[in-house]
Design a protein around this ligand. Structure first.
Ligand SMILES: Cc1cc2nc3c(=O)[nH]c(=O)nc-3n(C[C@H](O)[C@H](O)[C@H](O)COP(=O)(O)OP(=O)(O)OC[C@H]3O[C@@H](n4cnc5c(N)ncnc54)[C@H](O)[C@@H]3O)c2cc1C
Length: 458
């Protein structure tokens, strides 16, 4: 009899686990209460990138004179069309993923799942919880229920003027003046998105640098761009209260400063979706923050119950979630009994879809410095790259961190157009232990942005 594998949640982790499990011969049931593709598809990665793509066109039009164009009139976002575009993208992705999963033999169930024992999962497919419920037996279960935005205790989200990222789509309005609380990856992407769509934006930065986890040089490049494009940065500003005013919202900071705007967007982290999953009935332990702690195989304290994606409390990226999902399915199917490569979270590439884009992977210069590790750092600005100059956007740089003794590439950061694509070359080098010479001696296309990588590797 084939392994009965039940996957709860069809975000990137669940979809990849289900597809891999089915390919390897498991009997897979995938349960999703909303949309195939998960929050990533409906509310997070995809709609945010779709909005940013529209804003990018507006930014290009604003730079049109520099590109040798004269465009009469002013382009502006059309909210109706933008809403429809986002809806269609999400629907198209959900449909193609569902079709593919079903063609691979995955049983897709639309409903809510919860554990009712270590090997039993209740699937509720009716409107009311508990009605139209069936219980399926499982040899292995993957919990992949994701996370949702954290709302600080001092704020009340009303979906009108006080928003989290979840209320920003489909966009009902382009705020006249948006105050963004939180200057991590999500916060800065929303600053960029609404700034390019035409909002005046103020960003509250709780420390002295945006993106506190990133290389200071990278953060400085983004700050410079924000300031140049009219974003107001309020530094050392830790928000502690907010209230609706006649004209919008006022955010108060711990040091007494007050910032007013028409809308406020809270981007202050996330909380795991672990409640209502019946974890106690199977003896699955939770961390204090409500995540499911896992080992390097993504197993919880109950070996046949796994957690992946945001729920596992590791790196909260769709790409990492999908890779965890794949590794889980392989482990369930007994593929990891011999030596294999564990998922190395330190080698995950990540990107911030601002303008210029920011991407990094592996060891950062500042991190190496803090660790006292000897490194070689080489940096090339895009101003020397023909493609970047032709495209009219020569901002940013490529930085490669390598081992001075062996030349092995340890990491890198890119600030500039298409950084999210270009970082793949450095990510591959880091994973495959390539040397800087391997990149420098590769014959890249001319004129191409990738030539900056070869130049930085020399
Ligand atoms: C605004 C924003 C932008 C982002 N952009 C990016 C990006 O560009 N790139 C990137 O890599 N990451 C990005 N992320 C992070 C990324 O969205 C998450 O890391 C990713 O979605 C996590 O995937 P997941 O599989 O854990 O679950 P999710 O995508 O959160 O999906 C979980 C699914 O489980 C379902 N579910 C929950 N409980 C049940 C239940 N009991 N029964 C049935 N179904 C259930 C939910 O309906 C949901 O569909 C972004 C996050 C945010 C907030």
């Amino acid at each position: 009899m084939s392994v009965r594998f039940v996957v709860i949640g069809a975000g990137p982790a669940g979809v990849e686990a289900a597809a891999t499990g089915a390919r390897l011969g498991a009997d897979v049931t995938l349960v999703e209460r909303e949309v195939v593709g998960g929050a990533a598809n409906l509310r997070d990665c995809i709609p945010s990138k779709a909005m940013i793509a529209t804003g990018a066109v507006l930014d290009t039009l604003r730079r049109s004179a520099g590109l040798g164009l004269s465009i009469p009139g002013t382009a502006a976002p059309d909210l109706g069309r933008l809403r429809e575009r986002i809806r269609r993208i999400s629907e198209r992705l959900a449909t193609s993923m569902a079709d593919q999963l079903e063609s691979q033999g995955v049983r897709l169930v639309r409903g809510v799942a919860r554990l009712v024992g270590p090997h039993a999962v209740a699937l509720s497919t009716g409107e009311e919880p508990g009605r139209d419920e069936q219980v399926v037996e499982a040899d292995a279960v993957l919990l992949a229920t994701g996370s949702r935005p954290r709302v600080p205790e001092w704020a009340q989200v009303d979906g009108d003027r006080v928003l989290t990222t979840r209320q920003a789509y489909p966009p009902r309005t382009i705020p006249e003046h948006l105050v963004v609380v939180g200057s991590g990856v999500t916060g800065v992407e929303f600053v960029h998105m609404f700034r390019s769509l035409g909002s005046k934006v103020t960003l509250l930065v709780s420390r002295q640098q945006v993106l506190p986890q990133k290389d200071p040089e990278v953060a400085a490049a983004l700050e410079a761009d924000f300031l140049e494009s009219g974003v107001r940065l309020v530094k050392g500003a830790r928000a502690c209260a907010l209230e609706r005013t006649g004209r919008g919202v006022a955010v108060r900071c711990e040091d007494g400063r007050q910032v007013e705007g028409s809308h406020v967007l809270l981007a202050v982290g996330s909380v795991p979706s672990s409640e209502g999953l019946g974890l106690e009935s199977a003896g699955v332990a939770l961390s204090e923050g409500g995540y499911v702690p896992v080992n390097h195989h993504c197993q919880s304290n109950v070996p046949h119950i796994y957690a992946a994606g945001d729920l596992s409390g590791r790196l909260q990226l769709a790409s990492v979630a999908a890779m965890q999902g794949r590794k889980v399915a392989e482990h369930v199917m007994g593929l990891h009994t011999r030596e294999h490569r564990h998922l190395d979270y330190d080698k995950a590439a990540s990107a911030i879809f601002t303008e210029p884009e920011i991407a990094d992977v592996g060891l950062a210069e500042a991190e190496a410095f803090a660790l006292g590790r000897k490194i070689r750092v080489t940096k090339v600005p895009f101003a020397t790259n023909a493609r970047a100059v032709i495209d009219g956007d020569p901002r940013g740089f490529v930085k490669i961190v390598s081992d001075p003794a062996t030349g092995v590439v340890l990491g890198g950061s890119i600030v500039g157009t298409r950084a999210a694509e270009l970082i793949s070359v450095i990510a591959l080098a880091v994973t495959a232990h390539l040397r800087v010479d391997d990149i420098a001696e590769s014959l890249f296309v001319h004129p191409a942005l990738a030539e900056a990588l070869a130049a930085a590797a020399e």
